[in-house]
Design a protein around this ligand. Structure first.
Ligand code: ZN
Length: 476
């Protein structure tokens, strides 16, 4: 257990982007830099809505667009990133700041697209660190199901807000949440919590019964009004519930959204034949996202590839639940679009650096070969543009290509766990931690700045989650 640091007021939006450079804000990063924090911030006028932001002079920019820079990650040294009208307006060296632009000093920092979490269950923050001696089914039975049954709207809001903000502070700018919570008031609370964080999200709803009425209502009334929200229909593909799977697929088609299914997370789910079921109902295609996808045969991987279905790889969760290791090289060889997923409560935190490191490590441990896929640049791509491709969102997010949404993270390498510079690309994956994420922008709006969440009382978020967890324990 760590002691709680003395509370500090969160930076307000009016403090930001008005000339307070990242260099000045850097000492706020847990005190790990050599500079000391100023006692008080100077007063600044409010930031006008839609104000442009220029990140000036970043030591290294990973554009993830090979057309913009060197190598597969599109690297630029000493470069600027201009965000305007919620999009990437320009990337390059010596950019001019248009009038009314907030110029942020990014010298010494690394800039890259935000992480794309292709699979999570945020409400499961309620059971972090729980049932650690159990496999998937044991964990579901002992930790997940009993809590889910007792959730209230207030509890849902507390847990989802906590976990979503943890994701944001870790550099996640887009996430897909697979949710099997049905009551309308709970769903309403869930979506409200997501919307309140400013993260870009996809609500993947598992409907308990056939028929598109409920999902259509949730999409139309709750998700569609949120500018950063999108919708998917979730399912569990299995022979025993093939008719329900078909109904879910039809609902997804009616709504024009993707179907999102857990698939072969365990070897003893072989009899469920989920790939066969998804093929039978006609869902195998680019509008299908399969999660985990660990125990597929060669023929099943070939079918996924041939139909351009997409996959979410969740190595931390798979490792924790003793589920197995996805055959990532085979998916890669056949050209399947694969993103990374934290997978909610079985990941226990939102550490995307740990996720990338584990994605590399599990494959190397399995193959006893350091040359096996993925390498460092591969996981950085999977964590950003690859995830966006898997979700069919690569036209909007995943790289710093001008015209895309301005979902950007700034990493400060001036930290005890990160410095000195040797190979920053490798250091992002192998040394990086959430506290190295200095700033996070979604649609050009700063959600984290100078190492701290903006306009968020973190202590209050934690207190509310603790209170909700205590009530769940009493109710149990
Ligand atoms: Zn899952």
């Amino acid at each position: 257990m760590q002691s709680t640091p003395a509370p500090r007021p969160a930076p307000s939006r009016r403090d930001l982007l008005t000339g307070v450079g990242l260099a000045a804000a850097a000492p706020l990063l847990l005190g790990v830099t050599a500079r000391s924090a100023p006692p008080d911030r100077p007063a600044h006028p409010p930031v006008p809505a839609g104000r442009a932001v220029l990140l000036r002079g970043a030591a290294l920019v990973l554009t993830l667009d090979p057309a913009l820079g060197a190598g597969p990650l599109g690297l630029l040294e000493n470069a600027d990133v201009l965000m305007r009208n919620a999009t990437i307006a320009a990337v390059g060296t010596g950019l001019q700041a248009p009038p009314d632009t907030s110029v942020v000093d990014a010298s010494g920092k690394l800039v890259m697209p935000g992480f794309v979490d292709t699979h999570t269950h945020l409400w499961q923050a309620a059971i972090r660190g729980g049932c650690t001696d159990g496999d998937l089914f044991d964990w579901l039975e002992r930790c997940t199901a009993p809590r889910r049954e007792r959730l209230t709207p207030a509890a849902v809001h507390s847990f989802v807000r906590l976990a979503a903000l943890d994701a944001v502070q870790s550099g996640v700018t887009t996430l897909v949440d697979w949710v099997d919570i049905f009551a309308y008031d709970l769903v309403e609370s869930y979506v409200r919590a997501l919307a309140g964080t400013g993260v870009r999200f996809t609500y993947a709803m598992f409907p308990p019964e056939p028929g598109a009425t409920l999902v259509a209502k949730v999409k139309k009334e709750l998700v569609d009004p949120v500018p950063l929200g999108s919708f998917q229909v979730a399912t569990h593909a299995a022979r025993a519930v093939k008719d329900l799977n078909r109904a879910h697929w039809e609902a997804a088609q009616d709504l024009g959204v993707m179907l999102n299914s857990h698939v072969l997370e365990r070897s003893d789910q072989r009899a469920d034949d989920p790939i066969g079921v998804l093929a039978d109902i006609g869902a195998l295609g680019p509008r299908l996202l399969i999660n985990h996808a660990i125990h597929l045969t060669d023929d099943e991987i070939a079918a996924v590839a041939d139909h351009d279905a997409r996959a979410a790889h969740c190595p931390l969760s798979n490792m924790r639940l003793a589920s197995g290791v996805m055959r990532l090289s085979e998916f890669r060889r056949r050209g399947v679009k694969v993103g990374l997923g934290l997978d909610g409560g079985t990941n226990d935190s939102s550490d995307f650096h740990a996720l990338m490191k584990t994605a590399i490590g599990l494959q190397r441990a399995r193959a006893t070969d350091a040359g096996v896929f993925p390498q460092v640049h591969d996981v950085l791509r999977m964590a950003t543009l690859g995830g966006a491709e898997a979700l069919g969102m690569a036209d909007r997010v995943g790289s710093l290509t001008p015209g895309k949404r301005a979902d950007v993270v700034v990493i400060d390498p001036a930290a005890l766990n990160f410095a000195p510079r040797f190979d920053w690309i490798g250091q992002i994956v192998f040394n990086g931690r959430p506290e190295n994420i200095d700033s996070v922008f979604v649609d050009g709006r700063a959600l984290k700045f100078g190492g701290r969440l903006v306009d968020i009382d973190t202590n209050r978020v934690v207190r509310e989650a603790e209170a909700a967890a205590a009530r769940l324990r009493v109710a149990g």
